[in-house]
Every structure is written in C-alpha cells, then in structure tokens.
Design a protein around this ligand. Structure first.
Ligand code: DQA
Length: 142
C-alpha cells in the first residue's frame, strides 16, 4: 500500500524559511521521518514537492490510480485552490491535510482551507510531527 505525501509551494525552503514559524527541519528531514514511520506501518511512501498548482493536481490524479491514501500540505494553495479541492474529490481516496503551523492562530487569510472540506481529517500546528501523525491516522484506514 502506497501513500503519496504531497507538498505545495515554498515547502522546499523549510529549515531556511521563517524557522520561528515552521521550525528548523528541512523537507528532506521530514521525508526521512515519513519513510521511517511508513516502514514501521508497512506503507510505501511517495514523497514529492512542487511550487506549481497544476503539478499538484497531476499528482493527485496519479495518486487516484496508484495510491491508497494521500497526505497533503498544500501550503498557500490551501487558501486559494478550487482545482486542488476538485482533484481530491475526484481521486476518491482518504486525504489527510497537514500544516506545520496552526493556520487558525495566524492571519485571517489562512483561516479558510478549500482542502479541509474534502479531507478525511486535518492535523495542524504541531510542526513536522503532523506528517507522521497523519501516516498513523491513515494506516488505520487503508
Ligand atoms: C502551511 C501554512 C500555509 O498557510 C502557508 O502558506 C504555508 C505552510 C503550513 O504548513 O503551516 O506555506 O501550509
């Protein structure tokens, strides 16, 4: 069973980008954590990042064919992207939406996510551990 772990714009900058908000771990560190937890849970991890909305849509469609579940941190596209919302609906897979920061405790433009209504669940605010928590939550479903 494969879980796609998809990361949206600017998450390639993790570790360097506003570490007071997003922490010091790089995306490669998070990928390593996901692989470790995935192995423990018997899940194969397909880990990707893109700064491009359409590429994320392509990968969600691909996951619909190839994966059992998706973890997605859509970054700022969470707050804007009907295309990602639609792709998730069409994929018909359980999706865990994750955010490193607590989007509800930040600027009001981050309080709405177009992804949340089509996610099986949302985990935010606990830093990089949100990814491995989401893997554990999805392991029970796939
Ligand atoms: C984020 C929160 C978003 O509001 C922001 O645009 C990001 C990262 C998070 O992981 O906390 O890029 O998704």
């Amino acid at each position: 069973r494969t879980v796609y772990v998809l990361n949206g714009p600017n998450l390639n900058m993790l570790g360097k980008r506003e570490p007071s908000i997003y922490g010091k771990k790089s995306l490669a560190d998070i990928e390593a954590d996901c692989r470790e937890t995935g192995a423990e849970l018997g899940l194969t991890i397909e880990f990707r990042q893109s700064n491009h909305e359409g590429e994320l849509v392509d990968w969600i469609q691909e996951a619909g064919d190839k994966a059992a579940a998706i973890i997605i941190n859509p970054g700022a596209y969470s707050h804007t992207s009907i295309a990602i919302h639609d792709a998730i609906r069409a994929a018909g897979l359980p999706v865990a939406e994750v955010h490193l920061s607590n989007i509800h405790a930040r600027e009001s433009f981050r309080h709405t996510s177009y992804v949340s209504p089509v996610a099986a669940g949302v985990i935010c605010g606990f830093g990089p551990v949100v990814y491995t928590l989401a893997l554990q939550a999805l392991a029970a479903r796939v």
